[in-house]
Structures are given as structure tokens and as C-alpha cells.
Design a protein around this ligand. Structure first.
Ligand code: CAA
Length: 394
């Protein structure tokens, strides 16, 4: 049975902060953010956009692209580490906003940035096991990354969502969930206590934990597929907290195979996957899938029938290295989504506007906000302790 990603959708907030502007405001050489980290713009969600509205927009785009009706979805999972409620899952809000039917398994997954991959792997197994009975899965990765003003993590924030329609006979990427390399370790590299809206991170340690994880997961993958090397992949997409991290990951992977020039293949194998992430920043669970989208949307090479390596990392930690085969026509399908125009339509915030949004977010959960999102999925505020949203169906 062929299973994998049939269609995808992407949502980014309607505004962003330019990292050159942020660097100047923080008294930092802009080249540190632009080249040292490899990010040029960071998505900033205004108060009427949140993890739910981003997830709903991405999911709506994915369903339209797949031409799948809401009642064909038998499994709806949102992977997120920035949920909006301790009990009610983001996926239930998405179900309501999109009109997904009642005969559907609906829940949320959490393991830092790995939560979406956990859901994807489970969806692939759900289909292979026969439990789907012809229905499709909708897996949504949605997050708003926040470290707080003036912190070392500040230039590695971002916001966005990627939704994946997962099915038999997929039209984008075939995946084999029976041969994935895993690595999990109890570490305290990045976390967000229940009382905090901002994440805490032991930054340089988190980089080392990520590198340990890719080494462990890739070794495991190579045991499951003896003889495979990095040269067997036309491209590699990594979890991208910032572009330079993907470069470090690629070097690590190549060094494991004693490549004497570990960076030489970076441009050919990795660069195309970083074009969109450099414009959006870290979107946590969706980050790897934005990198995959970027590869399919921007690579100048025809990838039909080619193998792509994928690496997902969630702090704490759990990581997975797996591989997919690009289905002929996938690049044209992703290019047709018009993601370049979506990014260009965003509004640049001044540093004062950005800081005002960041501060106001502390209270945004309890106050109704002025809704102004253009596409109809909007957070309206909290009434009687219930979050309220509007969407095109309301
Ligand atoms: N011009 C060009 N490059 C410059 C420069 C300049 N003027 N100044 C510094 N640089 C380079 C540095 O050499 C460095 O590059 P290398 O890593 O190749 O050496 C890079 O810019 C960053 O510089 P620093 O390491 O000095 O930066 P920092 O101490 O301020 O912190 C960080 C960087 C640790 C990534 C911090 O931004 C952070 O904590 N971010 C959040 C944590 C994170 O993203 N971790 C990633 C792994 S964990 C993960 O992936 C899960 C997740 O999504 C969170």
C-alpha cells in the first residue's frame, strides 16, 4: 500500500518583523541575525490570530488543494506546543471552523516541535492498518513561538501552521513509517512551564541536544536500511528553528559518514528547503513541514521519483529521521498554492508595533480583541471563559 502526504496548506500571520529592524533596535549587528542565524523575517501574530486560526487557515488550504470534502476526514489531529486550553484541543476548534463531521477521531498531540510528526506517523499507521476504511487524515502543525523581548531566543521566534492531508496513493510524498530512525532522551534543553507564555531555553545546550538527536536518529535509520548514505537523497529537509541550525544538522549528518567536505553538498541538498523558513522564522511543530514545502515550491531541480530525507526534532526530546519519495507532479501542485504571494501580502511591523503586540498578548486570552484578519478565521476573545472564533462558515 502506498501512503503519504496527498496535499498541504500553509498559514502565516498577516504581519512580520524584519530582523534587520529588530537587530538595530537591540544594538546587534544585523549580520548576526541575517547570516549568523539565517533568518530575515519573523512572523508575528496580531491579537486576532492564534494557534487555532492559523491551524484552520492551513487546514482549509490543504482541503481545497486536495479537493477533499470535510466529511472524508476520519482523523483530525493538531500537533502543537502552544495550545490555547489545558483541556479542549485546538483540533476541536478546527473541526468546528471547517465543518468536519462528527464521525471523526479528533485530538491534539504534544511533544515540543515533534508533536506534528508523532501525529503524522500515527496517521500513516492508521491508514496502513486498514482502520481508515478509505477515509483521509488531516494533520495540522500550528504554533506561535515566543521567547520574550530582549532574550537571546528573540530572533528565533515566528508563527505559522502547516496542514497535511494524509492518504493512500498520495500526490505529494510517499512515506514508509515502518523504517524510521528514532532517538529520544530526557533532557531539559527547551521547555515552557504551565504558568508561562514564553518558552525557556538553554540555547547552546539545545543546539547540542538537537545534534545528538540527529546523530542518534540517523544511525538508527541506517541500521534499518543498511547501505544507505546521504548521497542517496536528492534533498534533505531538517527541523529549522533558524536556518543555520539546518546547516549544522547537515554537517553533523555528513560527518557521521566521514565526509571530508561536509558542507559541500549543502547548497544542492538543503538550500531550497530554507527559503520559506527564512521568511517566517521558527514555527515549532510545522517547521520541518515548512522546510519540505519550501523544497517543493522553490527547488529548481525536478524531484519526481527522487528520495528526500526528513528530520524532525522536539526538545525534551524526541526525534525521528525518515525518508519519502516525491510523487511526479508534486512540485507543480505545491507551486500552485501561491505561497510567495501569501508571504508578500504580509504587513511589516515597526519595532514599536511589534513590541506592543508582544506585550498585549500577555492579556489577549481574557480580553476581546479587535478582529481584522482578511480571510475570515478570527479570534474574537473570551466570553464566559470560552474562546470564541469566527470563520467563513459561521
Ligand atoms: N555576523 C555574522 N555572524 C555572526 C555575527 C555577525 N556579526 N555575530 C554572531 N554571528 C554568528 C555566530 O558565529 C553564530 O554562528 P555559529 O553558530 O555558526 O557559530 C551565530 O551567529 C549565533 O551566534 P551566537 O551563538 O553567539 O548567538 P546567541 O548566543 O545569541 O544565541 C541561539 C543563539 C542559542 C540559537 C539563541 O538564539 C537561542 O537560544 N534560540 C532558541 C533556541 C533554539 O532555537 N535552539 C535550536 C535547537 S533546539 C530546537 O531546534 C527546538 C526548537 O525549535 C526550539
Amino acid at each position: 500500500m502506498h501512503v503519504g502526504i496527498d496535499a498541504l496548506g500553509v498559514a502565516v500571520p498577516s504581519s512580520y518583523i524584519d530582523l534587520e529592524v529588530l537587530a538595530k533596535a537591540r544594538g546587534v549587528d544585523p549580520q548576526k541575525y541575517l547570516n549568523g542565524l539565517g533568518t530575515s523575517r519573523m512572523g508575528v501574530a496580531p491579537l486576532d490570530e492564534d494557534t487555532v486560526t492559523l491551524a484552520a487557515r492551513a487546514a482549509s488550504m490543504a482541503l481545497k488543494s486536495a479537493q477533499v470534502a470535510p466529511d472524508e476526514i476520519g482523523l483530525l489531529v493538531v500537533g502543537t506546543e502552544t495550545a490555547v486550553d489545558h483541556s479542549k484541543p485546538v483540533s476541536s476548534f478546527v473541526q468546528g471552523l471547517l465543518g468536519i463531521g462528527t464521525r471523526c477521531r479528533v485530538f491534539e498531540t504534544k511533544h515540543a516541535c515533534y508533536g506534528g510528526t508523532a501525529a503524522l506517523m500515527m496517521a500513516l499507521d492508521w491508514i496502513r492498518a486498514g482502520s481508515a476504511r478509505g477515509r483521509k487524515a488531516l494533520i495540522v502543525c500550528s504554533d506561535i513561538a515566543r521567547y520574550g523581548l530582549g532574550t537571546a531566543g528573540e530572533p528565533t521566534q515566528g508563527a505559522g501552521a502547516v496542514a497535511l492531508v494524509v492518504s493512500e496513493n498520495p500526490r505529494l510524498l510517499e512515506l514508509d513509517p515502518s523504517r524510521t530512525g528514532q532517538y529520544a532522551s530526557d533532557v531539559h534543553d527547551f521547555w515552557r512551564p504551565l504558568y508561562s507564555k514564553d518558552a525557556f531555553v538553554d540555547g547552546h545546550y539545545s543546539v547540542q541536544c538537537y545534534l545528538d538527536a540527529i546523530a542518534g536518529a540517523y544511525r538508527h535509520f541506517k541500521e534499518l536500511e543498511p547501505g544507505v548514505t546521504a548521497n542517496d537523497f536528492a534533498a534533505l529537509a531538517y527541523h529549522v528553528p533558524y536556518g543555520k541550525m539546518a546547516k549544522k544538522a547537515h554537517r553533523q549528518l555528513r560527518e557521521l559518514e566521514q565526509d571530508p567536505a561536509p558542507d559541500a553538498s549543502f547548497e544542492a541538498q538543503v538550500a531550497a528547503s530554507l527559503v520559506l523558513p527564512a521568511q517566517v522564522g521558527n514555527i515549532y511543530t510545522g517547521s520541518l513541514y515548512l522546510a519540505l514545502t519550501s523544497l517543493l515550491a522553490t527547488s529548481a531541480r525536478v524531484l519526481d521519483g527522487q528520495r528526500v530525507g526528513l528530520f524532525s526534532y522536539g526538545s525534551g526530546s524526541c526525534a525521528e529521521f525518515f525518508a519519502g519519495t516525491v510523487v511526479p507532479g508534486a512540485q507543480a501542485r505545491v507551486q500552485a498554492l501561491g505561497l510567495g504571494a501569501l508571504l508578500d501580502a504580509r504587513r511589516a511591523l515597526s519595532i514599536d508595533e511589534y513590541e506592543a503586540v508582544m506585550r498585549a498578548r500577555e492579556a489577549a486570552d481574557v480580553k476581546p480583541v479587535e478582529a481584522n484578519a482578511a480571510d475570515g478565521f478570527r479570534f474574537l476573545g473570551v466570553e464566559s471563559h470560552k474562546r470564541t472564533y469566527v470563520g467563513p462558515r459561521a
